[in-house]
Design a protein around this ligand. Sequence first.
Ligand code: SB7
Ligand code: NI
Length: 192
Amino acid sequence: MLTMNDIIREGHPTLRKKAEPISLPPSTGDKETLKKMLDFLVHSQDPEMAEKHGLRPGVGLAAPQINISKQMMAIRSTDHNDEIVEYALFNPKIISHSAETTYLESGEGCLSVDREVNGIVPRYARIKIEGYNLEGKKITERLRGFLAIVFQHELDHLNGIMFYDRIEQDDPFKQPLPPGEIVIRNDTDAPL
Ligand code: SB7
Ligand code: NI
């Protein structure tokens, strides 16, 4: 089973790499890895197992966090109806998203970050996602709320992005812009 010792921490170069796509259908090895990732989440959410093995509770895990630079993610959380939902996905992506953004009031944390980082992490409020499940079958889902935030956090790991990269440097609690607001930025430094 995976434990905290298998999880690499910030500063490790793998967390900054773009993960490689999985060739489909998934190999036995890739399926085993992804199953272990989901098992880790199950164990981490079981108070007895977590205590016994010193696991930090987690709702998501991306393969780069166990030093495997491949496009795999596992999510285990509750949806807006309080039902447990589990995703184990190969090659996940966002196919469309809301203009509206959202963020977690309490901020985000990461199993690869052993410190508290405060600030607003803007995320899309609603996303339509695609990926391949453990059987190699293509799935499409609409996610919102906490699940949508977790998915975006995990997808960022597959692109070498850490949640704090999205926090405004000089004003961590600055409210994100309302949707539809247009920012005219002069990238070239040429006079407007
Ligand atoms: C809060 C927690 C997570 C995602 C979004 C908000 C997951 C934390 C565990 N991970 O480090 C997964 O990458
Ligand atoms: Ni993380």
